[in-house]
Design a protein around this ligand. Structure first.
Ligand code: BGP
Length: 468
């Protein structure tokens, strides 16, 4: 099991790469786009905002040509809701509709399968002002938006993702700018309930409106290990797996509330209001596959009484601080860390495939995976061997997961080209293509192929055979 000879990648495996609208497009108020919550969010001090980002809105033609040269079979990007419907519910913006037609057409012309995320953090600001997702009306707004997307692009787009990282929006929304600091757990889990309903509606609409369309969710997945084999540490790990993962996947796949998650919500006084018909809506919408964003695993122990340990932790969406009475977070001594403190665990990716496959038996798409690093442009080159090592080790584990019998649909490394990180600015780079700008100096935004670009190009050309 540990060292078996890997099976080859299946023909048609979707070698892809990912981006998100607000992190790459820029043009935050161009051609009728409305503001999103991200446009009014103040990013952490010292990091860039998203107004120009990588200027992809104006340079998408050049960018798609680079993606074609890279050899991508598919490309995951998100559509900006406020570019399509500036105030979230009202008039449709024809220029926004046209932009995504141009982008999709360019991809299709190059033989690149579009994988569209419908919603990646950038809620229209007008909806936020009406209560965001804690307001039930936002479900209807999303269903209307979804219908527009399916009718408009359904002929050309067959792979759809509903909501990026619903779990991180609930658990770490203050870090990534999707919820206000101090929002109560009660409101967060009401929000979660509405997001789940909106997603279930989108599943149904996609199946009704897109012939041959396939749709799935895209939570973040950070499989949780116990720090020791003490039964209470094992239970703490199980609890965090439930609170961070199974709550969301069970809602998406089976349309039910996980009973352990529900007990947690009861204990926290955070159970959502569920109206008549809600559970029927949840179970009527079914995904065709599961997307998941994978960066690392997490290791936890039973909760200590002492809160100081938790309070002193540096935390973000991949590094939990722990939760009183639930779990303490722990370092995994077997894993290295990135320059940004995220643990690196390629084997954890295989373990994640197994966990998701054993539980749901649905095809699995890695919707994000990548290494954030301080890259250096030297004479037009970026020697990012560290990124090649990271990606190669993860791809090798996907191949082993395929050997385990998992149905792996594809791989979307984060990110196709450099973009602005959720909360750590431009300096934290992920792309195969370097975008020449600094945090506050836009320079000329020219594109440069990194060493990892040529590595991924060879990997794709050999359908995953050439890992070297
Ligand atoms: C995921 C998000 C992405 C992306 C990535 C890397 O949580 O879906 O939008 O940014 O993480 O995170 P960061 O940019 O914080 O390094």
């Amino acid at each position: 099991m540990q060292y078996r000879e890997p099976k080859p990648f299946p023909e048609g495996f979707l070698w892809s790469a990912a981006t998100a609208a607000y992190q790459i497009e820029g043009a935050w108020d161009a051609d009728g786009k409305g503001p999103s919550i991200i446009d009014t969010w103040t990013p952490p001090e010292g990091t860039s905002d998203f107004t120009v980002a990588s200027d992809h809105y104006h340079r998408y033609g050049e960018d798609v040509a680079l993606l074609a040269e890279l050899g991508l079979k598919a490309y995951r990007f998100s559509i900006s809701w406020p570019r399509i419907i500036p105030d979230g519910t009202g008039e449709v913006n024809p220029a926004g509709i046209a932009f995504y037609h141009r982008l999709i057409d360019a991809l299709v012309e190059h033989g690149i399968e579009p994988i569209v995320t419908m919603y990646h953090f950038d809620l229209p600001l007008a909806l936020d002002q009406q209560g965001a997702w804690s307001n039930r009306a936002t479900i209807e707004a999303f269903a209307k938006y979804a219908e527009i997307l399916f009718r408009e692009y359904g002929e050309k787009v067959k792979y759809w993702l509903t909501i990026n990282e619903q779990n991180n929006m609930i658990l770490y929304g203050d870090v990534i700018g999707t919820s206000k600091p101090g929002t109560s757990k009660r409101e967060l889990y009401q929000t979660n309930h509405h997001l789940a309903l909106a997603q279930a509606r989108a599943f149904q609409l996609c199946h009704a409106l897109v012939p041959g369309g396939k749709i799935g969710p895209a939570p973040n997945f950070a499989l949780v290990y116990p720090e020791t084999c003490h039964p209470l540490d094992v239970l703490a790990a199980d609890d965090l797996n439930v609170i961070r993962h199974w709550l969301y996947f069970d809602l998406a796949v089976d349309g039910v509330y996980n009973s352990i998650a529900w007990s947690y919500l009861e204990e926290k006084g955070a159970t959502p209001d569920i109206l008549p018909g809600d559970l029927e809506t949840l179970s009527a919408g079914r995904p065709d596959f599961l997307g998941f964003n994978y960066y690392n695993t997490q290791t936890v122990a039973r909760p200590s009484e002492d809160d100081t340990q938790r309070q002193s932790k540096v935390a973000d969406q991949q590094m939990s601080p722990g939760e009183a009475g639930v779990y303490d977070s722990a370092d995994n001594p077997y894993l290295a860390k990135t320059e940004f403190g995220w643990e690196v665990d390629p084997i954890g990716l295989r373990a994640s495939f197994r966990a998701l496959w054993n539980r749901y038996r649905l095809p699995l798409l890695v919707t994000e995976n990548g290494l954030g690093a301080f890259d250096r442009l030297e004479d037009g080159h970026v020697h990012d061997q560290y990124r090649i090592d990271y990606l190669r080790d993860h791809v090798a584990q996907i191949r082993l997961a395929i050997g385990d019998g998992v149905d792996a649909l594809g791989y979307c490394p984060w990110s196709a080209i450099d973009l602005v990180s959720t909360h750590q600015g431009v300096a934290k780079r992920y792309g195969f293509v370097y975008v020449d700008r600094d945090e506050f100096d836009l320079k000329d935004l020219t594109r440069h192929r990194k060493d990892s670009f040529y590595w991924y190009q060879r990997l794709i050309a050999s359908n995953g055979g050439d890992l070297a």
